[in-house]
Design a protein around this ligand. Structure first.
Ligand SMILES: *Cc1c(COP(=O)(O)O)cnc(C)c1O
Length: 234
């Protein structure tokens, strides 16, 4: 299947899911998760109309960057766990970091962005399932509070919202309670009117469950396999 055909089908499904819950499909941004795929596939996705891409490793994207840097208007976000010692490279390469999961990382990103004279949009990643092998701060945790309290002083970071990867379930309905949980967390945080924290972006939903995520309020879905096909083993 071509990327353009896959994309047309995904767009239809996004529109249908939005319609089911009385939302407009225009509210929903589709990110193409291009990790493991080479520059040619990224260029094909760009030609099909995709502009926001997700990568999960700094080093992998560093190798591809030169070959896609001419795609005007294309934006690459980091969506994978970032080690604090790789923040400089991440800030140099990425338009946004959607996986901030500790104050230490936020601090390092802020310092790197200040030095490079950049503003860096970020999302806070929440580990809604509390899974040990997953990154993300636990919901309603001291770790989350710590980031929220520090946000106004992190001048180079623009906090735009929340991101999550729920526990995997074969049946996408299994993810629904977790998506709902993230929506509720956003609602509660918005009610606190925290300074320096915008909560516009709710990044949730992947190939297997983006329709359920949209029904639960997602406005940013991260889709890899359904656009590019199955990934080569890493
Ligand atoms: C790989 C990945 C995705 C996309 O997964 P698919 O199931 O291929 O759509 C989305 N979000 C994150 C954080 C990922 O690492």
């Amino acid at each position: 299947m071509s990327i353009a055909r896959n994309l047309a089908y995904i767009n239809e499904r996004i529109a249908a899911a939005a319609k089911r819950v009385g939302r407009s499909p225009e509210e929903i941004t589709l990110m193409a998760v291009s990790k493991t795929h080479g520059p040619e596939r990224i260029r094909e996705a760009y030609a099909a109309g995709l502009r926001i891409f997700g990568e999960n490793r700094v080093q992998e994207y560093a190798r591809k960057h030169e070959a896609v840097v001419d795609l005007s208007g294309a934006e690459f976000h980091l969506i994978g766990h970032l080690q604090s010692n790789k923040t400089k490279g991440a800030v140099e390469l990425f338009a946004a970091v959607d996986s901030v999961d500790s104050l230490r990382l936020a601090d390092r990103l802020n310092q790197a962005a200040l030095r490079l004279n950049k503003r860096l949009p970020v999302l806070i990643e929440i580990n809604v399932g509390g899974e040990l092998q997953k990154s993300g701060v636990p919901p309603c945790s001291p770790e989350l509070e710590e980031i929220l309290q520090a946000a106004p002083a992190l001048d180079a970071l623009e906090f735009r919202g929340l991101m999550t990867v729920p526990p995997y379930t074969e049946d996408p309905e299994g993810a629904r309670p977790y998506f709902r949980m993230l929506r509720e967390i956003r609602h509660d945080l918005a009610a606190r009117k925290l300074p320096g924290i915008a909560l516009d972006v709710l990044s949730m939903g992947m190939s297997n469950d983006f329709e359920v995520a949209i029904e639960e309020g997602s406005n940013f879905v991260r889709v890899g396999t359904a656009i590019f096909g199955t990934r080569p083993l890493q």
